[in-house]
Design a protein around this ligand. Structure first.
Ligand code: UDP
Length: 380
């Protein structure tokens, strides 16, 4: 049997590897000129390892995902920390018990701490929109501070919508943390691929049954014969599994409508100094046009006298030719439009949609690897 996989990100690469190990010949096509999807990393002109498509930090609660990826990389033991720049005051993000005294002073901070711990319990993760609904005046005051200083302007920049207008799962990614833990993620396993993501992908895809073609667009390879419910590959009927991980609307020239996304402009800057900022990521939650600055050396552990940072400027996604669709905009209308594309391809029973773009979801790395492993379990 032969399989065709479209897209060389975590979804496609995980499936490719698993199929290849079952002695299935896997042909992968990728529109870009590199593997790794948006996790692709490379050295910049100054020799600093950068993430071309914005910072990607691995974290998971899943032993299955961790064990699977650990076959292809060692890990640099990195626990991600983020701080917010709030009118030049630096506070840990997510907002946690350490932040209370910085913001409210010691006496009031301690009283609020007690109330939060009594109400939610230590180590609880409370979404900001839930905290706002508290009956307690003190807790509502904390919620108001967090809303105004951490969520409102950042979310407006990122989504051009208020926190209460975006899907609740989005803001709940960054809860208020009833804890003294300053880490951004509390997952059991976290770290960065020791030699980078691209090397991880090289190892993952290094199998005699996997053949990769870069710079090849799915639209030039696939033909959908709706009448006979058959898919042609390079003009010939293809009956093996076809796993598509790209943007499903664009595959059909957006004939049912264009799926909305948020995109980003990245500005890389290099400095002749050892470090630029105090942590891997600084969120600009009340000021600036960019949402955050990431300094790669913290994430990768690279040692160098100089450093490279990246600033992220959110923007509308309007042009598939020049922009990258980074974030699905989750709401009922968009999910319904996506469902129409799912229904459109349903008659083709060897065609599968997998991944952040194809499934129109907000996946983390571990989320999509787990989904891909589950998919393979069902397919095989
Ligand atoms: N968010 C915010 N302020 C912050 C961090 C996050 O308002 O300082 C909100 C914002 O709406 C963002 C969402 O929480 O889009 C999820 O943040 P996360 O850091 O998970 O975003 P990602 O790293 O996936 O871009």
């Amino acid at each position: 049997m032969e399989a065709l996989i479209i897209g060389c990100g975590f979804a496609g690469a995980t499936v490719a590897r698993k199929l290849a190990e079952q002695d299935i010949k896997v042909r992968m096509i990728e529109r870009r000129n590199h593997i790794g999807g948006n996790c692709y990393d490379c050295n910049d002109e100054h020799g600093i390892l950068i993430h071309q498509y914005g910072p990607h930090i691995f974290h998971t609660y899943s032993k299955e995902v961790y064990d699977f990826l650990s076959q292809y990389t060692k890990w640099y033991d990195y626990s991600h920390e983020v701080v917010g720049n709030v009118y030049n005051k630096i506070i840990p993000i997510p907002f946690n018990l350490n932040t209370l005294n910085i913001v409210f002073g010691e006496e009031k901070g301690n009283a609020l701490k007690k109330e939060l711990v009594d109400t939610y319990g230590m180590e609880a993760r409370v979404p900001i929109l839930e905290l706002q609904k508290s009956d307690s005046e003190g807790i509502r005051e904390v919620a108001e501070y967090v809303y105004q200083n951490i969520f409102l302007k950042y979310t407006m920049k990122q989504w051009e919508q208020k926190p209460e207008e975006v899907d609740q799962s989005v803001t709940a990614r960054v809860p208020v943390l009833i804890s003294y833990d300053n880490r951004y993620f509390q997952d059991t396993y976290q770290g960065m691929p020791e030699a980078g993501y691209t090397v991880l992908f090289e190892n993952l895809l290094n199998h005699e049954n996997i053949k990769i073609e870069l710079g090849v667009d799915a639209k030039d390879v696939l033909t959908f014969d709706f009448e006979n419910q058959k898919i042609l590959v390079d003009g010939k009927e293809f009956n093996g599994p076809i796993v598509f991980t790209g943007a499903i609307d664009e595959l059909f020239d957006c004939k049912l409508g264009q799926l909305p996304y948020r995109s980003l402009d990245f500005k890389f800057e290099h400095y002749d100094q050892e470090f630029y900022q105090s942590k891997g990521v600084v969120n600009y939650t009340v000021s600036e046009d960019y949402t955050r600055i990431t300094e790669f050396k913290y994430l990768t552990g690279q040692v160098s006298d100089t450093t490279t940072i990246i600033k992220e400027y959110p923007k509308k996604y309007t042009d598939p030719k020049t922009q990258v669709p980074y974030y699905a905009i989750l709401n009922d209308k968009n999910k319904q439009l996506h469902q129409k594309y799912v229904d459109l391809v349903k008659p083709f029973n060897n065609f599968y949609l997998l991944g952040r773009l194809a499934q129109y979801k907000y996946y983390n790395i571990d989320g999509i690897v787990l989904e891909a492993l589950k998919f393979i379990g069902e397919l095989l």
